[in-house]
Design a protein around this ligand. Structure first.
Ligand code: TEU
Ligand code: CA
Length: 551
């Protein structure tokens, strides 16, 4: 395999940074992060080295689900700013070599979107068919047993017409009817309007839902899902050199090849969540998690590396705005917060795929230490709290689950400085700041050569410099080892060996032949290692990569 045969794309080499605007930086003291706040931090992001920002939704919204409920796709929520602010953000970001990727939320709208307001008026309104309506079941209840992700039935009754409408999320997020060509045409028009404003792509919210076949209770991977994506590609971004990433909780390696296959005309890549969901309880889902199992985690990550090695493309991430903080979930916050955060970064960023950093991950931000339900803001957490308690789960157990996996863990304000409210706002933050901000904050991280932040900066720079990190073939080793993650990446005569200790103990490990190399250490956080021979000792959460000398 040589580089010329690899069909390079600009986003193969880029690292992406996700911003959750509400929690990033507040410019005007109302306690809510905003677009001028983001602009004020672009220099910070340029220094880190990222080339793309994925912005969680900034559109007009009643904020039932923090902007994932959109009432106007072509306007900005006033608390976040104006269209002029947005244009300035794109221009200022572009001038620093950073592209802006928008969150495309088109499985559903807000119930305050004019389409839904119209649709609601009568059964023969021209917009009625923009949404999904069904007559009640024989007993007058919901048409079928579909459940909302946020708890309860996915159907709400419209008393005037006597029909139910579908909402796979909150009742304030009615699902659009993708079978209606008018809906698709409106969405494509809106996408083109943003593309013309100079954005660099889209992250597509629950895009695996849009082919749903309700009467067969099929939600994900419906019959026309890939037809719609191919149509969308043709009608909108296909002719532009942009990045698209679909959020697909249902993705399998097989379907990922359909979404991201080189000749499929669909998306650049998808987010798959198998490494996340394999840790959840069968009954209580993420609200009661299983003990961490490295062998399982490695087998999932390796499976995806192998499956997409010749076609398709992986996204790489530990966290996002729906997930717990990476270091809290996979690392060791109490014993080795810095070492384990760096180890996690090394392991992820040297895999094949495009890495995503969730805001605050680069300084080692941790889960929210909330102990009372009143401290939570997330609609999912609040709904599930009520439902699970009604079903008999003990309140302490729910809080424990929310502490581990609730979405607000990722949504506490970005910790900028050791000043009041972590420098996030001059007012009262919409959600409490994690009180570890006096030690974990960006200002401190930047000045410390050994910080997690500087480790991320090095990893981002390495990806730009070394094609073996971008395109090298992945091979895992020591698959059954309970504490060590080991893999190689190979491109032409280049071989990169990556080793990590996922435990708080020193581990001696006998290296398989393929890992015994001499070369140059590209990244480490205990001290450089350039010779790998025989049995080696890995210190707690140590990780490093050695680029082998060509034979
Ligand atoms: O998330 C999709 C989704 O299914 C999540 O709600 C997920 O199931 C949950 O966090 C895990 O329990 C996307 C967005 O990322 C999320 O923020 C939105 O709330 C949701 O879609 C609806 O738009
Ligand atoms: Ca603000």
């Amino acid at each position: 395999m040589t580089e010329a045969t690899l069909h390079p794309q600009w986003w193969h080499r880029s690292t992406i940074y996700q911003i959750y605007p509400r929690s990033f930086a507040d410019s005007n003291g109302d306690g809510i992060g905003d677009i001028p706040g983001i602009i004020s931090k672009l220099e910070y992001l340029r220094t880190l080295g990222i080339e793309v920002i994925w912005l969680s939704p900034i559109y007009a919204s009643p904020m039932d689900d923090n902007g994932y409920d959109i009432s106007n796709y072509q306007d900005i929520a006033p608390e976040f700013g104006t269209l002029a602010d947005f244009d300035r953000l794109v221009a200022e970001a572009n001038s620093r070599g950073i592209g802006i990727v928008l969150d495309l939320v088109v499985n559903h709208t807000s119930d305050e979107h004019p389409w839904f307001i119209e649709a609601h008026k009568s059964v023969d309104n021209p917009y009625r068919d923009f949404y999904i309506w069904r007559k009640p079941a024989e007993d007058g209840g919901p048409p079928n047993g579909l459940a909302s992700s946020f708890g309860g039935p996915a159907w709400s009754l419209d008393p005037e017409s006597g029909e139910y409408y579908l909402h796979l999320f909150s009742r304030r997020q009615p699902d659009l009817n993708w079978e209606n060509p008018k809906v698709r045409a409106e969405i494509y028009k809106m996408m083109n309007w943003w593309l013309k404003r100079g954005i660099s792509g889209f992250r597509m919210d629950v895009i695996d839902y849009i082919g749903k076949q309700i009467d067969q209770s099929v939600i994900t991977d419906g019959a026309h899902l890939h037809d719609y994506l191919q149509e969308m590609n043709r009608e909108t971004f296909g002719s532009r050199n942009v990045l698209t990433v679909g959020e697909t909780w249902s993705a399998t390696p097989g379907s990922a090849l359909l979404y991201s296959g080189r000749d499929r005309g669909e998306l650049s890549m998808v987010f798959q969540f198998e490494h996340v969901t394999q840790q959840w309880d069968e009954v209580y889902g993420k609200w009661r998690s299983r003990p961490f199992d490295l062998v399982k985690l490695k087998s999932v990550l390796s499976k995806w590396q192998y499956a997409l090695s010749d076609d398709g493309w992986n996204s790489l991430f530990w966290g996002n705005h729906d997930l717990p903080r990476a270091v809290s979930k996979y690392g060791d916050v109490k014993g080795f917060p810095v070492e384990s955060a760096k180890m996690l970064a090394t392991i992820l960023h040297l895999l094949k795929g495009t890495p995503f950093i969730y805001q605050g991950e680069e300084i080692g931000m941790t889960n929210a230490p909330f102990s009372k339900i009143e401290q939570y803001r997330d609609i999912e957490t609040l709904n599930m709290h009520r439902l699970h308690l009604e079903a008999g789960l003990a309140p302490e157990e729910f809080i424990k689950g929310a502490n581990e996996n609730g979405r607000d863990n990722a949504r506490t304000p970005m910790q900028w400085t050791s000043e009041a409210n972590a420098g996030f706002t001059a007012g009262i933050p919409w959600i409490e700041v994690n009180d570890n901000y006096t030690t974990i904050n960006a200002e401190r991280a930047i000045t410390d050569e050994h910080s997690i932040w500087n480790h991320y900066r090095r990893l981002i720079a390495l990806r730009k410099e070394h094609s073996v990190i971008v395109y090298g073939r992945y091979q895992s080793y020591l698959d059954q080892h309970p504490d060590v993650f080991a893999y190689t990446r190979t491109l032409d005569d280049k071989r990169l060996v990556v080793l990590a200790n996922f435990s708080a103990r020193s581990i001696s490990v006998d290296l398989p032949n393929e890992l015994q190399v001499t070369g140059r250490c590209l990244i480490n956080h205990y001290g450089p290692v350039d010779q790998l021979q025989g049995c080696i000792e890995l210190r707690p959460y140590e990780a490093f990569a050695v680029l082998a000398d060509a034979d």
